[in-house]
Design a protein around this ligand. Structure first.
Ligand SMILES: Nc1ncnc2c1ncn2[C@@H]1O[C@H](COP(=O)(O)OP(=O)(O)O)[C@@H](O)[C@H]1O
Ligand code: SF4
Ligand SMILES: [Mg+2]
Length: 360
């Protein structure tokens, strides 16, 4: 995991919209800037509906039909050292790019397998479609798939001839992760890879992701609403709210010193309880509808620190601590200096309503 200075992926001013009617669309992701460096593990966190999946899919141009990247650049450094803007790639280039350079494990991926194809066939099809077809004889596929399955602690003799329904949820998820790295991608995007799995299986998957990263050195974008998981797997965190990244930094900065009240609230909801602290102090209210975005800072209707100023204009990310290789701590909050820590153990939502409080 040796980061080099040139980012593997540079995202600039990315905006993604979904068509919702003949002439209507909603913007699900906007203003995203991101530099990812080799070997890093970035957790994209935030409540359901904040745009994590949309951004993850956008990074590989895998958006569903109604979704469209409306502006921005996605510059990848490819394995051969050359650079390419994903948005400029044609169909054939994209086909070669996916799986080889970047791969995705989809949300709800356990249903991603074709139910009438054996696991072996999934490996064979992927390897043959996206790499030198002649090289992937039956034996070569078996060897490669066998190695990968063993890395995620699955027995190839049992799993390769099986149909997806013959495997447990955890086994399927592990097989999918093995499949996603079959062509040794530089970037792996995992969307909620442990959601819907029991705790023990979650632990195994986390452990295996650690091991796989150590072995293959890929860069990981890990989408989750579970901050506990992010704390375990990520060395960088980006919090999303209403389609924007509203805080970003090293996992250490984010978990020990969050500077956006929303991140602080998310962390507070999962931090272990100490002393007489209330068990759960989450973020009150609900995220806004994309069709009726609050003016100014989109978080203001839920924010205990909000002032009139917060409602006037969108709040940009402000650099709070410069760090190398994408680790810079930045938060989009006018009052970040008032977001506090709780005895050094974690963050708390600002409990006082100094200034003009607007949350219900
Ligand atoms: N196919 C779609 N058509 C229209 N809106 C969509 C579609 N997919 C997602 N959205 C909207 O985009 C926003 C972000 O969704 P998503 O990226 O799935 O969020 P998350 O993964 O954080 O839960 C949500 O408001 C969602 O309703
Ligand atoms: S204090 Fe203002 S700018 Fe900061 S999160 Fe709250 S509403 Fe947004
Ligand atoms: Mg999602």
């Amino acid at each position: 995991m040796r980061p080099v200075n040139d980012p593997i992926l540079s995202v600039r001013d990315l905006e993604i919209a979904y068509r919702t009617g003949r002439k209507e669309s909603v913007t699900a992701v906007s203003g995203v800037d991101l530099d990812l460096y080799q070997g890093q593990s970035l957790a994209l966190v935030g409540e359901s509906g904040c745009g994590k999946t949309t951004l993850g899919l956008g990074l590989l141009r895998l958006l569903p039909k109604l979704g469209r990247i409306t502006s921005g650049t996605l510059l990848y450094r490819l394995k051969d050292g050359s650079h390419a803007d994903l948005l400029g790639m044609g169909k054939e280039e994209l086909r070669r790019f996916r799986w080889n350079q970047a791969a995705m494990v989809f949300q709800g991926a356990m249903n991603a397998f074709n139910p009438v194809a054996r696991i072996f066939d999934h490996f064979a099809d992927t390897l043959r479609d996206h790499a030198d077809r002649k090289r992937w004889t039956k034996r070569a596929v078996e060897r490669k798939a066998g190695e990968l399955l063993e890395t995620v602690r699955l027995d190839p003799d049992r799993v390769l001839p099986s149909y997806p329904h013959e495997l447990s949820g955890g086994m399927k998820q592990r097989a999918l992760i093995a499949l996603a790295i079959a062509l040794d991608p530089q970037v792996l995007v995992l969307d909620e890879p442990t959601t819907a799995l029991d705790l023990l299986t979650q632990r195994q998957i986390v452990q295996q992701l650690h091991e796989l990263r150590g072995k293959f050195g890929f860069t990981m974008v890990f989408i989750t609403h579970d901050l506990g998981l992010a704390a375990e797997l990520a060395d960088r965190v980006a919090t999303m709210y209403a389609g924007r990244i509203i805080e970003t930094g090293s996992a250490r900065d984010i978990f020990y010193s969050p500077k956006h009240p929303y991140t602080a609230g998310l962390i507070n909801a999962v931090m272990p309880v100490h002393g007489d602290r209330p068990a759960l102090e989450s973020v009150p209210g609900y995220p806004p509808s994309l069709k009726a975005m609050p003016p100014g800072c989109a978080f203001h209707p839920r924010c205990a620190l909000a002032t009139e100023e917060c409602k006037l204009a969108p709040v940009a990310l402000d650099v709070l601590a410069e760090r190398p290789e994408g680790m810079t701590h930045a938060a989009a909050c006018l009052h970040h200096d008032r977001v506090g820590l709780d005895g050094g153990t974690g963050a708390r939502l600002p409990s006082s309503t100094e200034g003009e409080a607007t949350n219900a």
